[in-house]
Design a protein around this ligand. Structure first.
Ligand code: ARG
Length: 457
């Protein structure tokens, strides 16, 4: 098979080399982006008089035909043509003849491939932002329905202080909000266009890079041709943001798994998001959140992979950089899949409010509040802490909770106690007392919900 670059060679490429160096089996995902970039490039070539307008038109018509065929699944890509760029150029040649050869004027595959990936990632980043928003909306829905649902809040996975379930869920809303901000911010840099950098040094043709940028709706062109073809930090940035986002998804998934265990029984995931066991008939396994947690590993791996590929690469293009794609595609697809499942899974989960309430009624998570109570009566916090510690120990030894102790028992620890502690120790009171901004008190959670809703207006 004759190569597009075959002129300088006297021998056929080794078959194994063909297979080893080819990227068409994965970079065919960039087919439409590649055509988009070429359409803009050839239009600019025509407008600048670098190639005759009628040749540019012939190429445009040819590319559009190929585009249709690709969309309709009518093309077959060939390993002999190595990558998506040369596959499409070959198709163009078959479609319109030798004039196809003018498309690559003033361009190299190096600026071409970088351009394709910028177009791809720009589009995907916008899509992913929308998917993050869907998850945020599902969180908002559950939060709104649970502004009175009290659950134990944990530190060290030990019961700490009661909180509203809405408050707990909204914590994830804000994490996702920051992920979204990071994605949006990264668009500024994805919006730099490498096209026109040539192989590494620019081109001898009088191209207009601003024009291709305008046609492709890019906000800026790379000011340095070496940087343009060597830069993959827009992908590293995406992978970093994706890793942080997956960390958040993974932590939420872990909680969903924990909460749906027999030990917690705080929530129940909808049957449609769970699977069974081939041997144990009673099982309902939270496979989806488990996989979300598990898939976080591959996203981190993709980030580490590309960091390692780039480290130590001299400028400008090196074939190593072809390894930038699979991790990027895999991360995009992992995020799309994960976010698309997470939203409806949260939306359909059942919240076992009674179980959560039983949990907070049978623990010592109201202990801080009687310490605060003694403080309001004038005792220094440290002394109050010591007294309540003793009361908790006493209660544990007598198999009681704080609300079960009699006034007599309380008085034996401090004369400062009076009947009002029975109100203060009620979970609802404990929660609502945390009325500081950002706290779990219902009024504050309502303020927070409003701030969250405002993000969508
Ligand atoms: N398939 C190549 C890649 O993905 C395209 C660029 C090839 N450039 C080159 N000089 N061999 O990186």
């Amino acid at each position: 098979m004759e190569k597009l670059w075959g002129g300088r060679f006297t021998k056929e490429t080794n078959k194994l080399v063909d297979e080893f160096t080819a990227s068409i089996h994965f970079d065919q995902k960039l087919a439409l982006e590649d055509i988009e970039g070429s359409l803009a490039h050839v239009q600019m070539l025509g407008e600048c008089g670098i190639i005759p307008l009628e040749d540019a038109d012939a190429i445009i018509i040819g590319l559009e035909k190929i585009e249709k065929k690709i969309v309709n699944g009518e093309v077959e890509f060939a390993t002999e043509h190595e990558d998506i760029h040369m596959n499409i150029e070959k198709m163009l040649h078959d479609e319109i003849g030798p004039v196809a050869g003018k498309l690559h004027t003033g361009r190299s595959r190096n600026d071409q491939v970088a351009t394709d990936m910028h177009i791809y990632l720009k589009r995907k980043t916008v899509d992913i932002i929308k998917l993050v928003e869907e998850v945020q909306k599902s969180i908002l829905g559950q939060a709104e329905a649970n502004v009175e649902t009290i659950m134990p809040g944990y530190t060290h996975l030990q019961r700490a202080q009661p909180i509203l379930f809405a408050h707990h869920l909204l914590a994830y809303f804000w994490m996702l909000e920051r992920d979204k901000e990071r994605l949006r911010d990264s668009l500024k840099r994805i919006n730099w266009l490498p096209l026109g950098a040539g192989a590494l040094a620019g081109t001898t043709f009088p191209i207009k890079r601003e024009r291709t940028a305008e046609l492709l709706q890019f906000k800026q062109i790379y000011p340095n041709s070496l940087d343009a073809v060597s830069d993959r930090d827009f992908i590293l940035e995406f992978l970093s943001i994706a890793s942080i986002l997956m960390t958040h998804i993974s932590r939420l998934s872990e909680e969903l798994i924990l909460w749906s265990s027999q030990e917690f029984q705080f929530i129940e995931l909808d049957d449609s998001f769970c699977t069974g066991s081939s041997i144990m008939p009673q099982k309902k396994n939270p496979d989806v959140p488990e996989l979300l947690r598990g898939k976080t590993g591959r996203v981190y791996g993709n980030l580490m992979g590309l960091l390692t590929v780039l480290k130590g690469l001299p400028l400008a293009y090196n074939k190593d950089m072809q390894e930038d794609k699979e991790g990027m595609f895999d991360t995009v697809e992992t995020l799309e899949g994960s976010l698309s499942l997470l939203a409806p899974m949260i939306e359909t989960m059942k919240v076992n409010r009674d179980n959560m309430y039983v949990a907070v009624s049978q623990d010592f998570s109201n202990a801080t509040d009687i310490a605060d109570y003694l403080v309001t009566k004038g005792l220094p916090f440290r002394q109050a802490h010591e007294i309540i510690g003793k009361i908790v120990l006493y209660a544990i030894q007598h198999q009681k909770f704080l609300l079960d102790l009699t006034m007599e028992e309380y008085k034996s620890f401090s004369p400062m106690f009076s009947d009002d502690i029975y109100t203060i120790l009620q979970p609802k009171h404990v929660v609502d007392a945390r009325d500081s901004f950002g706290g779990t008190g219902k009024q504050q959670v309502l303020v927070q919900l409003q701030l969250a809703f405002d993000k969508f207006n």
